[in-house]
Structures are given as C-alpha cells and as structure tokens.
Write a protein that binds this ligand. Structure first.
Ligand code: MG
Length: 397
C-alpha cells in the first residue's frame, strides 16, 4: 500500500460528528452497575475522569518502563507516557472520525496495572504467580478498575463502561478470557475491539518507541552515531542537519523525534483510512466482527518500525546498565513476594486483610493474588523502601 500517492477521502461524519463505524454512547453496552447518565459530561468522559481521580493513576508518576524513577527527573514515567499516548491517540481519533473521548480514556488507563520497574517487574511477578494463575498487566489494569479501587460508596472499582474496559484489556490468554464472560468473549472468538482501542494500541507503540530513543540518548546509553544505523532516525537526522547545520544537539534530537512521530502518525492515518475505505464498515459491529485489525501502518513504515524496535531491544533494553537494574528489580520483587507469601503477617494491615479475604475464598492462589495486588500497586521507590524495611537489619520501622 502506497502511503503517499492517493490519500483516501476523509470520513463522512454523521450529525453527532462521528463516522458510522465509531463507538457511540447511545449504543454502549453500559456499566456493570447501571447509573443515572452524567449531567454535564458524556459517559466516556465520566470514565476518563474516574481514571484520573484514581489512586492507581497517581501512582503512575513514580513507575517506570525502562529507566528507574530515581535516575533523573527528565525521563518519562508511566504517567507522562500515558499522557503522550492520549495525545497521539486523540489526534488520530479526530482525523478518523472515531470517539476521541473514549480513545483518551483508554490511553490514560492502559498502563494502570503495571508493576514497579517496568517489564522486568511484570516478568518476575508473573513467574512468582506461575502456580496461582500468573500475572498479566492488562488483566491487572482491568482488576484495578473493576475491583481494587475502593473509592465509591455504591461499588468497588470504578464501574466503567464496557467499551473502556474492552479497550483496557488489550491482550488476554484463552484461559483468562473464559473467566471474563462478555468481556473475554472476543479473545475466544478471535474478534477485534472497537477502533478507539485499536488506535490506542498503536499510539502506545508510537509513543514508547520514540520516547525510548529520546530517553536513551539523554541517559547516554545509545548514541546518535548508533541511531544513524536506523533508517527512520537517519532519514530525519539528515533532513534536519542539512536544513539546520548549526543546530545544537539537544534541539536537533527533539526536532528529529518530533518529525519521526509526525511521519509515523501520518503514515498510520493514511494507511488506516485506506483500509477503512476498502473494508467499508458501516457500524462499530462491522469493525468488531473482523478477525484482523482495521488499523495499521503501510508495509514500508511497518518494516522501518521493526528495525527501530530491534535496535532498541539490542542496544537499550539489553544495555548492561538497564539489565543490572532489571536484575535488581527482579530480586526486590521476588524477595517481597516470597516474604509476604511465607509470612502474611509482614503485610500492612489493609493488605493483610485483603490477602486473607482472598485466601478464605480461594485458598493459596487467593493469598498469592492478594500479595500480587499489593506488589503490582507499588511505585518503584515504594518497592525499594518496602524491601529495605523488611530485609535491612538497620531499618527498624
Ligand atoms: Mg504503554
């Protein structure tokens, strides 16, 4: 598919400003517990606001993906990452005529269930939970909004709409899908979520690939010379340096990354609009009945993206300094899990109560789940402090 030759026509918008294939509130599958409609906001805006006011959302400020939070104030955290995903997702949603508020909502919630210390944390917690149903961050995000936030008088969780919950659950194993009823069904049937969820998933990828380049350069873990082996970066580097030969390096990096994001978003928009034009969906259901996603990059951009990801894997995520931190993070999480599991009296009272309640219902898997909920909810620095409090003999509180 050529992404530049013949851009497809813009979507035809209906009276409510949305294309026929967008997700709409009036056909929403609703909330688990019915509530009166909001007075001044839309249903999806209400979901978004509940997410922003949640404790799990605030904790994203002190959780990281690649760099541990205390390494410096300029690095992305999961909070700034979520805001970047929301920004990219909203821009795309608006052009494609789909629901911007829902896209923003899914973006802001998409990382709520992440453990401290990024993927290293999730892998180790999943391993700790291997005999008790495993640990998966998408499922944990759902668990947070469905049950763990205890803020509302009438219900546990945030009682969000089906469409937001569907978007949060990006991946799911078949075994877990069977437990989830209506929400899990699409994984069993191999069907797609709405376009808003599909867009957020790609906005996530665009955001982290580009900000990992930026943060990696800032941390000195990767260099401009190395990055010039990657076409996506090299092309923009050449363009920027020939237009502004005297540009200071910091500015040049920002300008290059800005252009990379722009290029990816434009390619994604053109290519996705062409796919929608070819498939001619007339409703959200048409989008969701498909076995393949309607969104995507051009083949050329897809290949360039893969090269960038490969570069980041080889040079940044496996960099010895990142790896050392990952190993340390794994040690912290494993030690905390084992200590709490062997002796739940080490848990603070609220978490002790939570783990005991789950254990009374489900036995040992319940105890393990309660502990995983506690650990997954920790920020990087809280996990480090908790480790110190339990294992450091000089730490007496
Ligand atoms: Mg993300």
């Amino acid at each position: 598919m050529n992404s530049t030759a013949h851009p497809p026509p813009p979507p035809r918008l209906e009276a409510d400003g949305l294309a026929c294939y967008a997700t709409r509130e009036n056909t929403s599958r609703g909330r688990r517990l019915a509530e009166p409609p909001p007075d001044t906001r839309s249903e999806f805006q209400r979901d978004r606001d509940r997410i922003v006011h949640s404790g799990a959302f605030r904790r994203l400020e002190y959780k990281t993906q690649v760099f541990v939070n205390h390494e410096g104030d300029m690095f992305r955290t999961r909070l700034t990452h979520s805001l970047e995903v929301a920004q990219i997702g909203r821009s795309i949603a608006r052009v494609l005529g789909v629901n911007e508020a829902l896209t923003e909502t899914i973006a802001l919630a998409h990382d709520l269930g992440h453990t401290p210390f990024g993927h290293a944390g999730q892998d180790v917690l999943n391993h700790c939970m291997r005999d008790y149903g495993g640990f998966e961050h998408n499922l944990q995000s759902l668990r947070i909004v469905d049950a763990l936030e205890e803020k509302y008088a009438d219900f546990n969780g945030l009682n969000l709409t089906f469409e937001t919950r569907e978007g949060i659950l990006k991946h799911c194993s078949q075994a877990n899908a069977r437990e989830l009823g209506e929400l899990g069904q699409r994984f069993l049937d191999k069907r797609q979520p709405g376009l808003e969820a599909q867009i957020t998933s790609v906005a996530d990828e665009i955001a982290y690939n580009n900000h990992d380049v930026d943060d990696g350069l800032r941390a000195g873990l990767i260099s401009l010379e190395q990055l010039c082996e990657v076409a996506l970066f090299a092309e923009q580097h050449t363009a920027v340096m020939s237009a502004y030969p005297k540009l200071a390096e910091k500015r040049a990096i920002h300008e290059i990354i800005r252009r990379m994001i722009n290029l990816q978003v434009s390619d994604f928009l053109t290519s996705t609009a062409a796919r929608i034009h070819a498939a001619q969906p007339t409703s959200r259901d048409d989008v969701c009945q498909r076995s393949d996603a309607l969104v995507g990059f051009s083949e050329k951009m897809q290949k360039k993206n893969q090269k960038l990801k490969q570069f980041l894997r080889d040079n940044l995520y496996r960099h010895y300094r990142v790896h050392r931190m990952s190993v340390k993070a794994g040690h912290i999480i494993r030690s905390l899990f084992d200590a709490f599991f062997d002796d739940p009296l080490l848990l603070p009272p609220e978490q002790q109560h939570h783990a005991r309640e789950l254990e009374n219902q489900q036995g040992k898997p319940g105890r393990a789940r309660g502990i995983a909920d506690y650990i997954a909810g920790m920020t990087d620095r809280y996990a480090i402090r908790e480790y110190e409090r339990i294992f450091n003999a000089t730490e007496l509180t």
